[in-house]
Design a protein around this ligand. Sequence first.
Ligand SMILES: Cc1ncc(COP(=O)(O)O)c(C=O)c1O
Length: 412
Amino acid sequence: MSAALNRKLSRSRIHLTDTEFYFPTVYAGAADRTVMQNSTMTEPRHCHNFTSSNYLGLGQRPEVVEAVVEAVRRYGLGANSSPALAGHFDVHEQLCQELADLHGTPAAMLYNSGFAANLGALGALTGRGDLIVLDQAAHGSLVAGAKASGAELRYYPHRDTTALDAVLAEHARPGRTVLVGIVGVYSMAGEVENVAKIAGVARAHGAITLLDDAHGLGVIGDRGTGSLEHHGLPHDAVDIHMGTLSKTLAASGGYLAGSQELMDYLRFHAMSHLLTASIPPAVAAGCLAALRVLRAEGHVLSPRLRSRAQYFREELLGQGLDARGATAVVPVHLRTESQVIPVNELVLARGIFLSPVIFPGVPIGEGRLRFTISATHEEATLAAVAETLAECVREVDGESGRARRGDVELGV
Ligand SMILES: Cc1ncc(COP(=O)(O)O)c(C=O)c1O
């Protein structure tokens, strides 16, 4: 290995002793139950699943599975071409039209992932000399897109619209393209953003607005159509709707929705759309079926999801735990970062699979356990899991003072 590469790798700030809990192998997928194994286990374990963003359980619905199987028979495995050449199939087109209908926009376009959608939009719409402004907790795909675009990137403190206004007042000027990326629902904290306020501030300064609603679709709004419905805003309250196929629509891929002119422009200028093969047609068919279930049943499934998540939050609070969030993401804050892995180890041994979050998922020193709830989780399971978690946290708390895994307490 070259000395330069060796130096780079040795500077990782990830706690190498803890990485064995990440990148597990998953043997079965469902929103509420799964079979998984990480490198600390000798065999796969059946678990209650709290790691999936398949929020409404649509990935396992018979009509979705059937649509995928039928599409594989019809189209084969992949699209095998860029959308510009031969990769845009009829089923991709149908999905675009129904996504556009869902958001009330004239058009929509697909990407390989939500990450690629953000990367493509920011890179196509801004460049050197331009400005992108993001909340400091914005998703990494917006940050990566902003950095790759070459535009100046400025952050404002989390959810501080006065600070956003000040950044724009100082740095926006006539002739400069300014884009404000808005996160509808924060993926780590489960908070709902005040989209109306931010979009209003951004527009007052002449900025382009992009709403990343990856965790809003299926989760908020009376019919589960996301942030704009939740806030009672019209579809044109933002210029660009960004969404993912990897959460409520239960597969993988991403999309942008907006005006026809915008989509026509992005088709040729967003490199992560133009220079890569389309998502497999069978994935598009599955997402289309999932989208149709959402449109038919969202008014029932989405409120059910919210009520299950709220029930779980209350059970956790009742157990004396620090549970937060207001959506299907339920973060439980621990006293210190050093408790995350020991607590995770204990709950996993008892069949609870969740996401332990330490740096770089959260700032250094913070420790969180992140639960994602699905409409298919049963209340009895949620109550039992809250009780088990509280026991495990107490057990680790009881061991404080005894250094575990060579880690140190980094403060509350
Ligand atoms: C807020 C947000 N935006 C974008 C993405 C990227 O979505 P995808 O998984 O489709 O790449 C995520 C995924 O976690 C997300 O949480």
